[in-house]
Write a protein that binds this ligand. Sequence first.
Ligand SMILES: [Ca+2]
Length: 571
Amino acid sequence: MRTRWLVALVMLAMGVLGGAQPAATEGLPYRWLFVMRTAANPADLQRTIELLPRAAAAGYNGIVLSDYRLWTESQASPGHADALRKLQTEAGKQGLDLIPCVMPIGYSGRIIGSDPNLAEGLPVREALFVARDGVATLQPDPAVSVPNGDLEKVEGDRFADWGQDNAGKSIFADHEVVHGGKTAVRMERIAEAEPKYGHCRFIQTIKVHPFRQYRLRGWVKTEGFSSPSRARLLVLAPTEVERTLADIPVTRETQDWTLLDTTFNTLGWSEARLYFGSWGGGEGRIWWDDISLDEVGLVNVLRRDGCPLTVSSEAGAAYLEGKDFEPVRDPRLAPWEKGYHDPPVIKLTPASRIKEGQRLRVSYYHPVVIHDYSLMCCVSEPKVYELLAEQIRWVNGVLHPKHFFMQHDEIRAMNWDQACQSRKLTPGQLLADNAGKCTEIIKRLRPDAKIWVWSDMFCPQENAVDEYYLVNGSLQGSWEGLTPEIGIANWANHLEGKNLKWFADRGHEQVLCGYYDGGGYAIDKWRAAGHGLPGIVGAMYTTWVDNYRDMETWARTAWGESAPTAKKAGN
Ligand SMILES: [Ca+2]
């Protein structure tokens, strides 16, 4: 078996801190601080207000607020509007603009929280259901098993049917600590066995049926395991570019046997790569046992016009919802939850034409969470735009900001459901259309406001590419949806300035979003790389982990000591 280990699942930014170049001194009109906190939480609000004088003293003049609860008026918590106004007033006293993040496209949890059926739907095609005793339930087609999933077949420390790293060095058969049977696998001394990457993994390629929903399970136990989030149970598509179909991280350094349990869609693939183990594991021990894969049906079934459910005979005769079977709903529909839950069954009506024992073919759509939080909405559903318009109305009513910051970012599932497919567009065209609609919503209300958007989904050197996660088709051309007056929040630190020209040539202004929590390409080098290009108008200290320790040092490097400190508002 040809085994292609995943080079690095969890890529850590390992770059060095900034070099000793002289600080850039030319002025930057936009000197921003990124804050990912909700004003609806009084403690977070207070901590943010306390950050403002520091920000002003260091020369910042804007706070970009990514407040995950900043959504529509009908969903707002009591006091949220007042808290936002208070933050804006306090920021204003320090000469700082408050710039709200809006349009959650990519991490679309707010949209889907308002209506779970607006999640992008992945297709299940012709799953086999069999009618018995008035209900039709899924029958695996064909049944899938994981050879030696219970890890009982082992010689020494080498397990049958699996490809594995470092047998006898970091991987051991454990006959004392087991979840089931007489053997489990124990991983320890991982860094010792593999100092470079800390890899310690099992892999097996499994035959699956394309476009079906599967449940992936495995049991894990940890004891002082120092990097649990780098240990995962996952399924990848058999592709060169990484396409994660399912992915469940371990969460605790020490825990007794715990079930990892999720569902996924095989999409167009008839085989899948099943992995478990650690990517970058450190100290401590971790055990695994009882890895399994089962076909399931109707978990989180989506119900909207753009995600039709069909039930037919094996010969193709269609049965009707409401006539042959009761309306199908998943009462536990929760697209944001990765865990498995028992799905609904198809209940036959008393007058149903479906006979006892009959085999049926059932097609439907369900959502997917990629990695831990990435949950995409369907860009082709009109209701998405009604909700986004509601968000802009509310945010504008509360803050009347000078800038709106659109959150299009890491869009990892697109163009699968009928709402998208029927438009016969590429993902790039769908996204361009979406960006145009989002811009239009803001402009309609606020033609005077400046609109910004994250760079990654609109740049061919970043994520606007042919193969990106579970996006169905090419994202190239997405950039056509951005008119030149849209500003770009360029966060391609890893490209070391190589994509600055791309956006400059298209007429966009850019803010360089640097820092990223202690590593990465230095902001002074980044600015130097953009020297001579038009429209490099700002820099933003961007932390994803709420770390403001380096904001002063970074500011001095980004805009130099001579940047004017924000003045207190005189009136
Ligand atoms: Ca076992």
